[in-house]
Design a protein around this ligand. Structure first.
Ligand code: MN
Length: 213
């Protein structure tokens, strides 16, 4: 499936005359490393959107309680539609009444790579993707595992995001990382972003090949 077809659900959900979110028409150059972003999103219910670059789009999950560094914590991650790569530079306020209305803050970003022998496309299809993050806040080894039975009766959109044991794990204090709550792209708080104040986010996806932005 081409990138345009992958983004059809993303586009259908949004009215780009009303939201400042990218339409996905913009070109983002591929790099030699796969990128990831996490966006804190104060929608109807606060969540953290976790996005992994794969084959020209962001595979995306809404992590309801945010990532935890404690390997005992299994954080629900609901699979959502593929997002365009330029979404990884989006920070701002989606108008109330529009899809996903609420404030979006760039909480983390950096690079990821799959662990193990399987291609990431195959690992995702099998519902078990192990990977390493090299972000500004999150590092080390993680897994996304799809739940075999979920309350949606077989649609299987529910995954779990779990930290593996390594030097970046924090047993018993896994949620403390969420106290770091300013944008990695602009330094702004949610309140400043909601008010449209402060500096614009420094680009990452459009910052050029190999740049951290
Ligand atoms: Mn969201």
């Amino acid at each position: 499936m081409g990138v345009k077809a992958k983004l059809s659900v993303y586009r259908a959900k949004r009215d780009f005359t009303r939201t400042a979110e990218p339409s996905g028409e913009g070109e983002v150059a591929g790099g030699n490393r796969r990128r990831f972003v996490i966006q804190k999103h104060a929608a109807t219910r606060l969540h953290y959107d976790f996005r992994l670059e794969l084959d020209g789009v962001f595979k995306s999950w809404a992590v309801t309680r945010g990532p935890s560094l404690d390997p005992h914590d299994k954080r629900l991650a609901v699979a959502v539609e593929d997002h365009p790569l330029d979404y990884g530079d989006f920070e701002g306020a989606i108008p109330k009444g529009e899809y996903g209305g609420g404030t979006v803050l760039l909480w983390d970003r950096g690079y990821w790579e799959p662990e193990g022998e399987a291609r990431p496309e195959e690992a995702l299809a099998a519902g078990d993707l192990k990977f390493v993050l090299d972000g500004e806040r999150l590092h080390g080894s993680w897994v996304l595992v799809r739940m075999k039975h979920d309350r949606f009766g077989g649609r299987r959109t529910n995954w779990l995001l779990i930290k593996h044991r390594d030097g970046y794990a924090r047993e018993g204090d896994g949620g403390a990382i969420l106290a770091e709550d300013r944008s990695v792209a602009s330094g702004r708080s949610m309140e400043e972003i909601a008010a449209g104040k402060g500096p614009a986010p420094r680009p990452f996806m459009r910052a050029g090949r190999g740049s951290r932005g």
